[in-house]
Design a protein. Structure first.
Length: 232
């Protein structure tokens, strides 16, 4: 999996690309169906310049796995907070391209509009592909929130402390379990993003899309490391 020739290589280039793409995000619902939902996730081996992405396609009604794919390549960008999409997206795009069916929605393990420049991985991926996307993160990044009520489905706004803007929601997917942090990616409204997250997280804190993609990319990374390790 080669890194695209025009992919940003410096922090300044990446920041400029985020500023260019940010106005293209559509934070509103459309009327497209939402039966096939993909989860994407990434695992790294920085010591060996190795990244693996996984895309797992689920039936939204049954949560059964319909299809899965992985992509292996070199890390595309150094670690810089707020610019993680530039490390992950080339591999994620290849994993999605390896699916034989196009997802109606993609759930990213990360952020969308809940990002300092309103262009986290989910929004960046959505703008590049045209797919409907949302972000479900495990931590609130740099944003403020109050703890939601303990009941499943409770939520509170995730706000930018500098502007007071609502950039996402802290959502309780399991009673008494710490929330996840949902934000719009592209072609979806925040209410729908929250409903979709709850529909995909029927038994566990994280959506089934994220759970399957995380497991698959970790297995694929272990296999890639094994094949690259010389035999003794």
């Amino acid at each position: 999996m080669p890194i695209p020739a025009d992919w940003p290589t410096t922090e300044a280039q990446a920041l400029a690309e985020q500023e260019r793409l940010r106005p293209l995000v559509r934070a509103v619902d459309d009327d497209a169906p939402c039966r096939l939902v993909a989860g994407v996730d990434v695992a790294y081996d920085d010591d060996h310049d190795l990244v693996v992405a996984a895309a797992v396609l689920l039936d939204r009604d049954t949560l059964d796995v319909v299809e899965e794919a992985t992509a292996v390549g070199r890390i595309a960008f150094p670690y810089v907070p707020g610019l993680l999409a530039f490390r992950e997206l080339p591999a994620v795009l290849d994993a999605l391209a390896a699916l034989t069916r196009t997802p109606d929605t993609v759930v990213c393990d990360g952020y969308g509009l809940a990002h300092p420049r309103r262009l986290g991985l989910a929004s960046h991926l959505g703008v590049l592909t045209g797919l409907r996307t949302l972000g479900v993160a495990k931590t609130p990044f740099t944003f403020d929130h109050h703890d939601p009520a303990p009941d499943r489905g409770s939520w509170t706004p995730l706000t930018d402390p500098a502007t007071g803007e609502e950039v996402g929601r802290a959502v309780r997917t399991r009673p008494g379990v710490k929330p996840v942090y949902v934000s719009v990616g592209h072609r979806i409204g925040l209410d729908t993003a929250v409903r979709t997250t709850l529909d995909l997280a029927r038994r566990y804190r994280l959506p089934e899309t994220t759970r399957h993609a995380d497991s698959l990319c970790r297995r694929a990374l272990a296999e890639a490391q094994h094949t690259r390790t010389p035999a003794n």
